[in-house]
Design a binder for this molecule. Structure first.
Ligand code: URP
Ligand code: ZN
Ligand code: ZN
Length: 464
């Protein structure tokens, strides 16, 4: 047995802040105590965390490692992407396995297990993208829930790719209600958006900024409203992914006020970036093309407010990186051909901590939206998302006073640009433990591919 002692840090969870020593035995946290009381504890390794925060490792509930999309493949593999996550203080990801049209859920899930198995630096789980809702795939949902793949993403966007019509969505929601599977919705009216794309291109509006214009905030709000109503008809909970528009947030808030189980996540890009970035000169704006799109900066205040009121419960990254050279440039002359997605798995914890520094959220809320709630939402709590006896020793020792300047020169994601190039933030990961092993320490990476294991998840823990 290996004993590790983390001494004298400020332990922050979603519910508490206390100066404590944390004792880890092998992969698990076994005890926390006041440093004076813990003086007699012995350990093989003692880590001094004086002046540091000691927080649960981040749980990023929305990533797309090596995802084939938009005629290319997301640049981070499970190996590079999970390593970058570890550098940024995230110790669990939930990635999206994909059913192909004409294929089964089983084939899709097996393929994603094949990509991830033996390659991850940190623990990982899967949601399943339902790209082809039919009798067979609906039947398969129950078996997947039994194997710990307890959430399913559907798309109201991307006709001809992942799109499901309202009938398919309703059937999936009904099956979700029956099996305990949580339906996650990409809520944008893709049929209307495609009309606007065609009209924009016909007018010669080909620059990246038009991506934001055609993906109108009201088309996010309309789809969010429709998704929630379909969920109510089915008697199912619903989780709206990557919410970016104030008007969509209002739909979630209204449903929650009426007592419905409507949940939503937003992403750091919607809190820190805007249409000003999409409109950068030349083709630069392509770096910021994702869906839902970035919105005018006024939306940011509403999103921070939603995080404070819990109408937004989770911040995930939607990490889906494409290099500027060789991938994003597929859309020169036609914004609709720019692969949709941004890098972010490494920067989420730091950007949200900046939200603490800027006074938008408290330290405990930081941990709640980045670790505890995603763990509960997707059936991983208290194994993940907290520091408590019995939980996995996924622990980040975080220096709240250190500053850093974000850059593609120094980040670890396999992508040739940073959305936050040159931006300074306060707070920095010092040490990361994943199930008791130190995998990042003081600027040195000590983990390896294969350290991470697949996590079979329980169903959503907010519905009991
Ligand atoms: O632009 C995005 N969000 N790309 C990834 C796919 C998705 O819709 O989440
Ligand atoms: Zn999506
Ligand atoms: Zn996504």
């Amino acid at each position: 047995m290996t004993r590790t002692l983390i001494r004298n840090g400020l332990v922050i969870t979603a519910t508490d802040e206390l100066t404590a020593d944390v004792l880890v035995e092998d992969e698990k946290v076994v005890a926390l105590a006041d440093p004076a009381l813990a003086e007699s504890w012995s350990a093989d390794t003692a880590i001094d965390a004086t002046g540091m925060y000691v927080v649960p490792g981040g749980v990023d509930a929305h990533t797309h490692m090596e995802m084939p999309f938009g005629g290319t493949t997301a640049a981070d593999t499970f190996e590079t992407g999970t390593r970058a996550a570890a550098w940024g203080g995230t110790t669990t990801i939930i990635d999206f396995a994909i059913q192909s049209v004409g294929g089964s859920l089983r084939e899709g899930l097996d393929a994603w297990h094949g990509k991830a198995d033996g390659n991850c630096a940190i623990d990982y789980a899967f949601h399943m993208i339902l790209a082809d809702v039919n009798e067979g795939s609906l039947k398969e949902m129950e078996a997947l829930v039994g194997e710990g793949v307890t959430s399913f993403k559907l798309f109201m966007a991307y006709p001809g790719v992942f799109y499901s019509d309202d009938g398919k969505i309703l059937r999936s929601l009904q099956k979700g209600a029956e099996t305990g599977g949580l339906i996650m919705m990409h809520a944008e009216n893709g049929i209307a958006i495609d009309v606007l794309v065609e009209q924009a291109l016909a007018k010669g509006h080909t620059d990246p900024r038009y991506h934001g214009e055609v993906r109108h905030a009201l088309l996010e709000a309309e789809a969010t409203h429709r998704a929630i109503k379909l969920a109510q008809v089915a008697g199912a909970p619903i989780y709206i992914v990557h919410l970016s528009a104030t008007q969509a947030l209002a739909q979630v808030a209204a449903a929650r006020d009426e007592g419905y189980n409507a949940f939503a996540e937003t992403c750091p890009q919607y809190l820190f970036l805007s249409t000003d970035d999409l409109g950068r000169p030349g083709f630069e704006g392509a770096k910021y093309v994702c869906s839902t799109p970035l919105r005018p900066a006024e939306h940011q205040a509403a999103l921070w407010r939603g995080l404070r009121t819990d109408d937004l419960s989770v911040v995930s990254t939607d990490h889906c990186p494409f290099c500027f050279k060789g991938q994003k440039d597929m859309g020169i002359g036609d914004f609709s051909k720019i692969p949709n997605g941004l890098p972010g798995v490494e920067t989420r914890m730091d950007l949200l901590h900046q939200g603490v520094v800027d006074g938008h959220i408290s330290r405990r809320r930081w941990i709640e939206i980045a670790s505890a709630t995603p763990a509960k939402m997707f059936g991983l709590y208290p194994r993940k998302g907290t520091i408590a006896p019995g939980s996995d020793a996924d622990i980040v020792i975080y220096d709240p006073a250190a500053t850093q300047v974000h850059s593609a020169q120094t980040h670890h994601m396999a992508v040739d640009y940073s959305c936050y190039e040159g931006r300074e933030t306060t707070g920095k990961v010092r040490t990361v433990l994943s199930r008791g092993r130190v995998i990042v320490d003081g600027g040195e990476y000590r983990g390896k591919a294969g350290d991470g294991t697949f996590l079979s998840r329980d169903t959503c823990q907010y519905l009991r």
